[in-house]
Design a protein around this ligand. Structure first.
Ligand code: 6GU
Length: 228
């Protein structure tokens, strides 16, 4: 899978994908992430990418030309399944959406900024608009990194069996149960006995019960979503 990220702050991605699973996905050739500096696509001699809004008002608006040129260039090189605009007024990102995006071959993620982006881009270029939560970030970069991470870790071969995405919280509409490691006794804080019992059936039962209990306590909304 290839992900092209368009941004005015390419440095914000330095390091974001250079560790752990996402680094591994890239070195194994399972994912390719390309960062594009939007200013490189501006026809303007000062590499301008924003301008004052028609009709007035506070804040600058991202111009059509640099974004259109960048996307046109990319589209001339390969076919894209999705061209995504990161914006706080987009649809809320969640695990089902991550699962869906992970089936793509190529996607573009555009990071929004300033007061917004010329509306004509939203009408004519983007196939979807995504928000990562009900709060406002200074730009779409961190949100794009979140989406990229959530999608790439789902690609076959990125995670090992033990870290399988199938056992993630949210994949089965349950939060994960608590986990423990050695020592079994720390300061008289004792690991639940069942986990050191070796009884596989009892362990699975305990983990399921704890997952349900935790979900009921913290995210009752998730239980209501469960299909019968
Ligand atoms: Cl995608 N962008 C910005 N600027 N703020 C956000 C967001 C995106 N998602 C949540 N807050």
């Amino acid at each position: 899978m290839r992900i092209d990220i368009i941004t005015i702050f390419p440095e914000m991605f330095d390091g974001a994908f250079s560790h752990s699973m996402i680094k591994r996905a890239q070195s194994k050739g399972l994912a390719e992430i390309q960062i594009h500096n939007l200013r490189d696509y501006s026809d303007n001699k000062h590499h301008k990418v924003d301008d004052y809004p028609f009709g007035g008002g506070a804040g600058m608006v991202m111009m059509i030309q640099p974004i259109a040129s960048c996307i046109d260039q990319l589209k001339s090189e390969r076919k894209y399944d999705e061209i995504i605009f990161m914006t706080p007024d987009g649809v809320l990102f969640d695990q089902p959406l991550a699962n869906k995006l992970s089936m793509s071959t190529n996607i573009i993620i555009m990071c929004g900024h300033y007061k917004g982006i010329d509306e004509r881009l939203r009408e004519h270029y983007f196939t979807s608009e995504i928000s990562i939560g009900n709060y406002v970030l200074t730009g779409g970069e961190l949100a794009a990194a979140v989406v990229t991470d959530a999608v790439i870790r789902l690609l076959p071969g990125v995670l090992s069996d033990e870290t399988s995405a199938l056992s993630d919280s949210f994949q089965d509409n349950l939060l994960s149960p608590p986990v423990y490691t050695r020592p079994a006794d720390y300061n008289n804080w004792i690991v639940p006995e069942v986990l050191t019992s070796g009884n596989e059936r009892e362990i699975k039962k305990w983990q399921y019960e704890k997952a349900v209990e935790r979900t009921r306590a913290r995210r009752p909304d998730m239980l209501q979503d469960t299909k019968p």
